[in-house]
Design a protein around this ligand. Structure first.
Ligand code: ZN
Ligand code: ZN
Length: 415
């Protein structure tokens, strides 16, 4: 029997960002052993063994790795119909490129909102491809003609093969909903995704429509509760947001057309909002180049400005926010642009919290990720610049992000 290797990394001279308190702790040593943070203190180096690999942080910021609460790691194109017709083997390779990009941008945990499955997560977990820890829901669940029904009005055939590369599954009625939820849970889903309103990328629905009957949403929430996993719900209008929250979903995705009623419901039920400003900005600027059908442009402009107003309202009300981007295809390179877009209404530390501690709360992983603290998984990032003072360091991530570690393993190192 081979002895178990103890892998130790010691960070010295670190300016640790205490995300919860919103302050820096200077001149810290951080000791990582077997993937976990075992000590954060000025004298933590005294606990290191002789074998520990030492990284001099040179006074730069050492902070928790980022979380993105809404990604699509299989969406190498913004043309969903085309994605569904592409060989899954090819999609996997393109996904691995997208995942690598996320790691390079400092993300150590991402929550996929439709498309990724246990196979990709397994490949990441085994270190076969570079990528953030991947939370996956398998297929997003949609009603007939809903946001994940990618058939045009002239198409009748519905291909529901779970082995193909689509983002969604169509199900109608409580028995089909339960069956679809249980299939995803059987395949290891870490959460469920429901489409409870119309959306931008879907060819036949209306942005202002609600989707799924209340009993269908309730059935999905009951299945998720049974499996102890959260439910994320795509919704734009207040009407769609409120009815989904009342049925028990954990987070509202986008929420661009919400009003005070929805804000009040989010607060009363203590749920999360995951605004995804980046995608609408990117779609407006380069969506068609990235594969989005041009006829969807009108829908994009309907929700783009509204999203700003919605975020302003949610911030004013004190709604719990999680970082999310929802970017597709080549637009995924804008993943850190959400910092700049949210900075109109939020302080840099609040955006950081949405991408660390608050995301961890939503993911039900607050005991493992989101802080540089003893006992946490060693998901760490070294960044140049003052991230409490401004969001500028995120705009120049290629140069400012010096190192990314996930569970004790260095993923990106630039010295
Ligand atoms: Zn959506
Ligand atoms: Zn999405």
């Amino acid at each position: 029997m081979t002895p178990r290797m103890t892998k130790e990394t010691l960070f010295r001279n670190a300016r640790v960002l205490d995300v919860a308190a919103g302050v820096y702790l200077d001149n810290q040593s951080v000791l990582v052993r077997d993937g976990k943070i075992v000590a954060v203190a000025k004298d933590a180096h005294q606990q290191a063994s002789a074998e520990a690999e030492t990284i001099d942080v040179k006074g730069r910021v050492l902070m928790p790795g980022l979380c993105d609460g809404h990604v699509h790691v299989t969406a190498f194109t913004a043309d969903f119909a085309m994605l569904g017709r592409t060989a899954p083997t090819y999609v996997s390779v393109r996904s691995s490129e997208l995942l690598k990009g996320m790691t390079e941008r400092g993300f150590t945990t991402v929550r996929d909102a439709g498309g990724a499955d246990w196979g990709l997560a397994k490949a990441v977990n085994e270190g076969r491809i570079l990528g953030p820890r991947l939370l996956h829901c398998g297929r997003a669940l949609s009603q007939t003609g809903g946001h994940a029904d990618m058939r045009g009005p002239g198409e009748q055939n519905l291909d529901q093969c779970l082995c193909c590369s689509g983002l969604g599954t169509v199900c109608d009625g409580v028995p089909e909903m339960r069956k679809a939820c249980r299939e995803e849970i059987r395949r290891g889903a870490t959460h469920l995704k429901l489409m409870v309103s119309g959306g931008v990328a879907s060819p036949t629905d209306r942005i202002d429509s609600t989707q799924f009957a209340l009993e269908e949403i309730r059935a999905a929430c009951e299945e998720a509760e049974a499996a102890n996993i959260p439910v994320m719900a795509h919704a734009y209008t207040s009407r769609a947001v409120v009815r989904a929250l009342e049925c028990g979903v954990d987070s509202i995705e986008h929420g661009n057309l919400l009003d005070q009623d929805a804000v009040d419901t989010l607060l009363r039920l203590d749920r999360w909002l995951v605004p995804t400003m980046s995608i609408y900005r990117a779609l407006a600027e380069e969506g068609v180049d990235a594969g989005m059908p041009a006829e969807l442009n009108a829908k994009v402009s309907d929700v783009l400005d509204a999203g700003r107003d919605a975020l302003r309202l949610a911030v004013k009300g004190g709604v719990k926010l999680v970082y999310g981007t929802d970017l597709l295809g080549q637009m995924q390179r804008h993943q850190l642009n959400e910092f700049a877009l949210r900075s109109e209404f939020l302080a840099p530390i609040d955006i950081i919290r949405s991408a660390t501690t608050e995301a961890a709360n939503l993911f039900r992983m607050a005991d493992r990720i989101g802080q540089v603290k003893e006992g946490m998984l060693a998901d760490l990032l070294i960044i140049d610049g003052d991230v409490l003072d401004s969001v500028a360091p995120w705009a120049d991530a290629e140069n400012t992000i010096r190192m990314v570690m996930k569970e004790g393993v260095v993923q990106v190192a630039k010295g």
